[in-house]
Design a protein around this ligand. Structure first.
Ligand SMILES: [Zn+2]
Ligand SMILES: [Zn+2]
Length: 722
């Protein structure tokens, strides 16, 4: 293929006049198969990348595989192979699928998060955030299978039973690593107003994850003479408060649980998996501490502990106001002490904001992940591995069975000298959740592969390409993106990303909904999965791409039907036949000056139609509204055909000059089609005798030159092509 030979998609070094545009598609899991959601994602991103390239911008369009994690490990267990081999096989296959679909990635920049050269930087990031105090160790509740001697992820628990052996699982407490996001929640919130090139769908996910509540806070007195700050979204009803609800993660919760009975309940609540408990106020656990807080100006409020606070306002304390809040009403009905009088006077409150988003666990008791670079020493406790000793290598010759933790059974991995005191010590056997790898998975594509080992976070190219001009991703990526925004701010403050003043990884963002079939999610179980390979084999890549783009706007779920395919196939075939037919006819056409003069006004009109079509398609592409752009491409063909009909009606046939204008319009059409159906467009341009390929920089037509045709008798001016 000519593109590959020319290296058309290699990332260029931008000239001083060029905008450097890094377009970031979603990072696929190495599942082994592209699904239709990927096809949608990459068709949008690829159209945008080709458009920006044709406009003359320097484009980086690259990605890496999210290759660590449980799904890959489970797939490898099922097949009895090593995850390392499985992931490589899957990646190769998916890259082949991408090439067949004609996606113009810089494939030389593709990478796997499970490559040693990658995960050593995940380890670097871990140590960097650990030193900054953003990573910490705390107890968390996890599912545990006694039979398999392993912890289980939510994905591996089906109806309370182990996915592997179907025994009942139980919840245990164990030390887990957490990433702190709290210091950056407010800035993530504040920045939303300035993210102008983010579409509404992507902003909505960020707001949802933040879970912002505006209200008031006030200070109560604790029995010990201390202060307890409580929040309420109901600023005008605090005088109606009947109780206080404390999050089990509130920093001072323990001082409210001095009574052994209360202590016991709190421990049970924590180990009883309140992460999984119902958010329904009539069922959620609530503990009465037996103690009360005093309201300044008079009144006592009983203090309860319940995880419902976390689900609503984060790890804080909240006023229970049954008179105005349904959830509080439901809790009051369950708690005998929640029935006091109104407070003597409404206490003074100040305005306040709370966020529901909170720190999350980043470690898993799994083999297939980035080893956590710390060592456990009896003398020194938890000791970070020095950065110069990275990477802590993951043994790749492991064939996990799902039983136990393979890393704990490998002395060559486990036994190590303490970096601090040199005594025999043990490596951490937990690995990082692949969500952690994803925190910086948008970075490597911006660094040339040969420089990644040394300069992943310091390479000068980072200043050129970051922030990414546009992220194109599925609507389910909101959580990833939120945490990437947090970590970017942390790295700005720590130093490496100091040039990203806003701390934002993505200047623009387009989220799209998923692809469904028969109104339902595609799944093997429902038997409604559409296989992109089969579609490409039957209909060709261009038809599939065009159909996916045409079928729905990004904010709508794409309900896949053959209708869109038929439309795209008919359009491409029609355009192909029409163009070749007219090329042949033009060669035979007679020329008569008087006849040509008589239709000059129609040629001029065609020029205007072409110009306005081009303008609209350009605007659609700038907004990544590919469904509208494709519609306008098809309308342009209708206009061209209409022009021809009018001439035939007026004069019976086209003059050579009329044909020249017609072919010029068709060449324009081929150029604006190229971002969506690149293979067909490229061949049409060649057959029309166009000198420049559509993917050469600066070949996007300029509307201005199209209809300033000067004398009516002359040919319309040629399409401007820098
Ligand atoms: Zn089991
Ligand atoms: Zn030590």
């Amino acid at each position: 293929m000519a593109w590959k030979k020319r290296n058309a998609f290699q990332t260029p070094v931008p000239t001083p006049e060029q905008a450097a545009v890094y377009i970031k598609p979603s990072s696929p899991f190495t599942s082994g198969n592209l699904h239709m959601g990927h096809v949608r994602d990459y068709s949008i991103g690829d159209a945008y990348a080709r458009f920006r390239r044709a406009r003359g911008d320097a484009v980086l369009f690259g990605f890496g595989f999210d290759a660590f994690g449980l799904p890959a490990e489970m797939a490898a267990i099922e097949r009895g192979v090593r995850p390392a081999d499985w992931v490589e096989r899957c990646g190769e296959r998916m890259l082949g699928q991408m090439r067949r679909l004609g996606f113009a990635f810089d494939y030389e920049r593709a990478f796997y998060s499970s490559d040693e050269s990658q995960y050593r930087w995940s380890q670097w990031l871990f140590l960097t955030l650990l030193e900054a105090g953003l990573i910490y160790r705390d107890d968390a509740t996890v599912d545990w299978c006694d039979n398999c001697q392993t912890t289980l992820a939510a994905l591996q628990v089906e109806d309370g039973r182990c996915w592997r052996c179907h025994e009942k699982v139980r919840l245990i407490r164990r030390p887990t690593w957490f990433l702190g996001v709290a210091p950056y929640l407010e800035e993530n919130d504040r920045n939303l107003a300035g993210l102008e090139n983010w579409d509404e769908l992507s902003l909505k996910t960020q707001r949802y994850i933040l879970g912002r509540s505006d209200g008031v806070e006030l200070d109560l007195e604790t029995p010990g003479g201390g202060r307890l700050t409580v929040f309420s979204p109901h600023g005008d009803a605090v005088g109606e408060a009947r109780f206080v609800l404390l999050s089990p993660r509130h920093p001072e919760v323990d001082q409210w649980a001095a009574e052994p009975a209360v202590r016991g309940q709190l421990d049970e609540l924590r180990s009883g998996g309140w992460e999984r408990s119902a958010r329904d106020a009539s069922a959620v656990p609530v503990i009465d501490t037996g103690a009360s807080a005093t309201v300044p100006g008079g009144g006592e409020l009983p203090v309860f502990v319940s995880p419902i606070v976390d689900a609503r306002y984060g790890p804080t304390a909240a006023l229970g106001i049954p008179a105005v809040d349904e959830a509080d009403e439901a809790i009051a009905a369950r708690m005998p002490r929640a029935t006091g009088d109104s407070l003597a006077e409404a206490p003074q409150a100040r305005s306040a904001t709370r966020y529901r988003a909170y720190d999350f666990s980043i470690s898993r008791q799994r083999y297939w992940g980035t080893p956590i670079p710390v060592v456990h020493c009896e003398q020194c406790g938890v000791v970070p591995v020095p950065i110069e000793d990275l990477p802590v290598q993951l043994p790749r010759d492991v064939e996990p069975t799902g039983e136990g933790n393979p890393l704990a059974e490998r002395p060559d991995f486990l036994d190590v000298a303490c970096p601090r005191c040199d005594a025999p010590a043990r490596r951490e056997t937990d690995t990082l959740d692949c969500h952690f790898d994803a925190l910086w998975l948008w970075v490597p594509a911006a660094v040339p592969p040969t420089d990644r080992a040394e300069q992943m976070f310091t390479h000068p190219d980072l200043r050129r390409w970051l922030p990414s001009e546009r992220l194109v991703a599925g609507n389910d990526s909101g959580g990833f993106v939120f945490d990437q925004r947090v970590v970017t701010k942390a790295l700005r403050d720590i130093g490496p990303f100091s040039f990203l003043e806003q701390g934002e990884p993505f200047a623009g963002c387009l989220f799209h909904e998923m692809v469904i079939a028969d109104g339902r999610k595609m799944s093997k179980h429902l038997g409604n999965v559409v296989d992109p390979d089969e579609l490409v084999a039957t209909h060709g890549a261009d038809t599939v791409r065009l159909a996916v783009l045409y079928a729905a706007g990004p904010a709508k779920a794409l309900n896949w039907t053959d209708g869109a395919l038929r439309f795209a196939a008919r359009f491409l075939r029609g355009l192909w036949d029409y163009t070749h037919d007219r090329i042949a006819a033009a060669a035979e056409a007679p020329h008569d000056a008087a006849a040509a003069a008589d239709t000059a006004f129609l040629r001029e009109r065609l020029g205007k139609w072409s110009a306005s079509g081009l303008e609209r398609i350009t605007a659609d592409l700038e907004q990544l509204q590919m469904h509208k752009a494709v519609r306008n491409v098809t309308r342009l063909l209708e206009r061209i055909q209409d022009y021809e009909k009018r001439i035939v009606k007026r004069r019976g046939q086209l003059d050579r000059e009329d044909y020249e204008a017609l072919l010029e319009a068709l060449a324009l059409l081929a150029r604006v089609l190229a971002p969506f159906a690149p293979h067909a467009a490229e061949q049409l341009l060649i057959d029309l005798g166009e000198p420049d390929s559509a993917d050469l920089p600066g070949t996007w037509p300029e509307p201005a030159g199209l209809y300033d045709s000067g004398d009516a008798g002359e040919n319309p001016a040629p399409i401007a092509q820098n």
